[in-house]
Each structure stands twice: as structure tokens, then as C-alpha cells.
Write a protein that binds this ligand. Structure first.
Ligand code: A2P
Length: 278
């Protein structure tokens, strides 16, 4: 008998953390959302972000390398898939490419979730405010579908400020859809969605409520519209996610109401995170 040595298996190409795109929706010429498969091992807390991106050719070495950016996970922790909500920047290194993804395409996802917009970083309270501008709505899309949000709070107020009315559609549709969410209805009980107050505003196009949320709070108009008192550290908790100027301005306002910034290791009254910008 002759023994033939098996040829050594070809070295496996080091495949990065690849996931497959399962759905894509374009909301405006500047905004899109997509869903992809979820790695079986990925555990995260609603509100956290991960690094995602695409393999691109490195002009210097001629080799493929991952181009990654931080993206809030817009889907809740219990979802079988992952969802992301993104801006499209024409000359953005990643989003100029990412905006062209289609169902079946592969994206890179580093399964190491982190972030401060998590329930663990807040002390117990009665009412939680989610303050978003633009794509800063993404972590709240996750938290609004998270049962704990309704278990922990009697009232949830979500404000979303965008330049144009069409930029509100992703959030508006998601909130309208919560009523039909089978899991939330089962876990939290029918009518949980009545705890949500949605306060959308636009700044550069006519809509039922115009103005920056910061200005509307400063003038008291937002509180009058919502029928609530200004924020109070005894009852109110808040999460902020938007562009940098917005985050800083609102942070200062919340500090003015007496709220203090919390962290995972030191829960307090509010937390902040910057929305992704390419
Ligand atoms: P504005 O149109 O007055 O700049 P962007 O698309 O530039 O990230 O902005 C998203 C939304 O956030 C816009 O409606 C913008 O209003 C608003 N915005 C920008 N800066 C601030 C800020 N410092 N405070 C409150 N809202 C802001």
C-alpha cells in the first residue's frame, strides 16, 4: 500500500468580521438605514455602538483593509438582526461607499459594543428624555424598542430636531410602528406606547413645530407644548445624541437644571454621545 500525504490545506484568508446586508432603505438623498445579519456571539445593551465599515483598497500597499466608523446600533438587543441608520456624505471616506450597499453585500462589523447611552448609566427616575438631532436618533431607535425603557420609566419623551421634514420620517415611522410591536406588547403589556411623547421639530423647512429644541426649551415653549415642568434631577433622566454643538449646548442646559452626567461606573441623571459624522 502506498500512503499519500494529504496536500496541506491552503492557508485560510484571514476573513475579518463579515456580515451580510439583509435590507436597505433610502429615506432622503442624505439618509438611509440598513439591516444585516447578527453574529451569534454579539451581545450588546440597547443604546450601544459598534465599529462597522467596508473593505477598501489601500492605495499605498495595494491591499484590502477595513475602513471602519463608530455606528450606534439602531435595533434593540433582542433583535435577531442588526439595524443601522446613516447619513450619506458625498466625499465621506466611508459613507460615500456605504450608501451604495445592496441586499446580499458584505460589511465588516467588529463585535465589540461600547457606549454611554445605556440604562445602566442612569439612576432610577420617573421620566426619561431622549434628545436627538439628525442621525442621532439611531440609539433611541434601539432604546425605544427595548422593554427596559418602559419598565424603568412612567414617561418617555423623545425630541428629534432635523433640518427638513423628510429627515424625521425614519423616527416617525419607527415610533408609529411600536403600537404593533408584538414583543413589546407581550412583555410590557398593551398600551405601553401611550407612555411615549414624540416631539419632532424642523429648523429649515416648514413643519408643525419649528425651531431647535434647545431654543424651544429655553423659551419654555417645549414644556408648555408637552404639559410638563422643566427638567428636575429628582424625577427626570436624559440621554443626548446629536451633532457636537447640540450636545454641548444641551449638556450645559441640563447642568443648569441641576442634572449631573452619569457613566456606566457612576450612574447619575443624564448621558451624552456624539452622533456619527463621516
Ligand atoms: P440648524 O438648521 O438651525 O443648524 P445637522 O444636520 O447640521 O447635524 O443638524 C441637525 C439639526 O440639529 C438641525 O436642525 C440643526 O439646526 C440642529 N442643530 C445644530 N446645532 C444645534 C445646537 N447647537 N443646538 C440645537 N440644535 C442644533
Amino acid at each position: 500500500t502506498t500512503v499519500t500525504a494529504a496536500a496541506p490545506a491552503p492557508a485560510k484568508k484571514a476573513v475579518p468580521d463579515v456580515q451580510t446586508v439583509t435590507a436597505v432603505r433610502h429615506w432622503t438623498d442624505r439618509l438611509f438605514s440598513f439591516r444585516c445579519t447578527r453574529p451569534a456571539s454579539l451581545r450588546f445593551r440597547s443604546g450601544e455602538f459598534v465599529m462597522i465599515g467596508l473593505m477598501v483598497n489601500d492605495a499605498k500597499t495595494g491591499r484590502e483593509k477595513p475602513l471602519l466608523r463608530a455606528y450606534s446600533i439602531a435595533s434593540p438587543s433582542w433583535d435577531e438582526e442588526l439595524e443601522f441608520y446613516s447619513i450619506k456624505v458625498e466625499d465621506g471616506p466611508l459613507t460615500s461607499r456605504l450608501q451604495h450597499i445592496e441586499v446580499g453585500d458584505e460589511i465588516v462589523l467588529r463585535p465589540k459594543p461600547v457606549g454611554t447611552l445605556v440604562h445602566d448609566a442612569l439612576l432610577p427616575g420617573k421620566r426619561i428624555w431622549f434628545f436627538a438631532t439628525g442621525t442621532g436618533f439611531a440609539p433611541f431607535a434601539s432604546l425605544l424598542r427595548e422593554p427596559q425603557t418602559y419598565e424603568d420609566y412612567d414617561e418617555i419623551i423623545i425630541t428629534h430636531t432635523c433640518r427638513e421634514a423628510a429627515e424625521l420620517h425614519y423616527g416617525a415611522e419607527l415610533i408609529a410602528g411600536l403600537k404593533e410591536d408584538a414583543l413589546l406588547n407581550e412583555v410590557i403589556g398593551e398600551g405601553f406606547w401611550k407612555k411615549i411623547r414624540y416631539y419632532p421639530t424642523t429648523t429649515r423647512e416648514q413643519s408643525p413645530k419649528m425651531g431647535r429644541i434647545t431654543d424651544l426649551m429655553r423659551s419654555g415653549e417645549a414644556f408648555t407644548d408637552l404639559g410638563v415642568q422643566p427638567l428636575d434631577p429628582a424625577a427626570d433622566r436624559a440621554m443626548i445624541c446629536g451633532n457636537l454643538a447640540f450636545n454641548l449646548e444641551l449638556k450645559e442646559m441640563l447642568e443648569g437644571y441641576g442634572l449631573e452626567e452619569g457613566a456606566n461606573s457612576d450612574p447619575k441623571h443624564y448621558v451624552v454621545e456624539k452622533a456619527f459624522l463621516d
